[in-house]
Design a protein. Structure first.
Lengths: 108, 164
């Protein structure tokens, strides 16, 4: 049987292989945007993704460099006709993630 | 063929306020190159035009739609953040990539960044929507914009806002 989520699978496989992430959350938000104008005629249900990635590979890299790293891994998926249309990223190191969750528990 | 102005700059004093009706900044497409020519190939002409656009104001946003009527949620969010930050409309320019295929493709290659919107401050690439928002939340954006002297200071209002 063909994969139901080929794009999501490719994202998971490529990011896992290249970044060895301690956290990798992939959210497919495509259904929220299915009726937007640019999506007219697009049949793919994998167009809008939101990724939360925590990896040591982001250490000592500024945010734009981290995002570029992820973009470069997903170059083909982004360039493909009917491929990824929108990609939201949150890129953290393990330290930053720990800090963030400490803050969140602190304020709640 | 490239003697016309660069990409139409859609900046207006109303950029961050909805007081006046949306301006219609749509001009003639500055580039008459056919679509096929520039795909994945940033010509010198396009690069120079983007150089000019990036340098046209201290704060430059490449976006989908105009500040008054963004055509994409991420562009809208970015404009809203710049508004919340109090960016001086006189020091801001927005370029609508939907108006110009050369710009739309060219800016991606120019910035080595595959998505729109893209924010430049003082000719330096800052990031896309996610970065703009996280910098807004953690205070880095306020600091950057203040250091660059591009925000409207408290007590002195931008021209466009006085009208209300």
């Amino acid at each position: 049987m063909a994969a139901q989520t080929p794009v999501e699978d490719a994202i998971r496989q490529k990011i896992t292989a290249a970044l060895n992430p301690t956290t990798l959350d992939i959210y497919n938000d495509s259904h929220l945007h299915a009726h937007h104008k640019p999506m007219q005629g697009v049949t793919s249900t994998e167009t809008h993704f939101r990724l939360v990635i925590t990896s040591e590979a982001f250490k000592s890299k500024m945010q734009p460099a981290r995002h570029r790293l992820v973009y470069s891994l997903l170059k083909d998926e982004l360039a493909q006709e009917g491929g990824i249309h929108a990609l939201q990223l949150r890129t953290m190191t393990p330290e930053e993630e720990a800090k963030r969750s400490a803050q969140e528990t602190g304020t709640n | 063929m490239f003697s016309r102005t660069v990409f139409s700059r859609t900046v207006r004093q109303t950029a961050f306020s909805a007081i006046r009706p949306a301006a219609t900044p749509v001009g003639p497409s500055p580039f008459s190159l056919s679509l096929a020519v520039q795909r994945r190939l940033l010509s010198d002409a396009v690069r120079q035009a983007i150089d000019k656009a990036v340098a046209s104001a201290p704060v430059v946003l490449f976006m989908k739609g105009t500040p008054e009527t963004p055509q994409c949620g991420f562009s809208r969010a970015s404009i809203q953040v710049l508004g919340l930050q109090g960016v001086n409309p006189d020091k801001f320019a927005a370029y609508n990539v939907l108006e110009d295929q050369d710009l739309r493709q060219g800016i991606k290659e120019y910035s080595d960044w595959p998505t729109i919107p893209q924010l430049y401050v003082d000719k330096e690439f800052v990031g896309g929507c996610d970065i703009v928002i996280s910098m807004h939340q953690n205070g880095e954006l306020a600091k950057l914009l203040e250091d660059k002297g591009v925000v409207v200071r408290e007590g002195e209002q931008a021209e466009g806002e006085k009208r209300e």
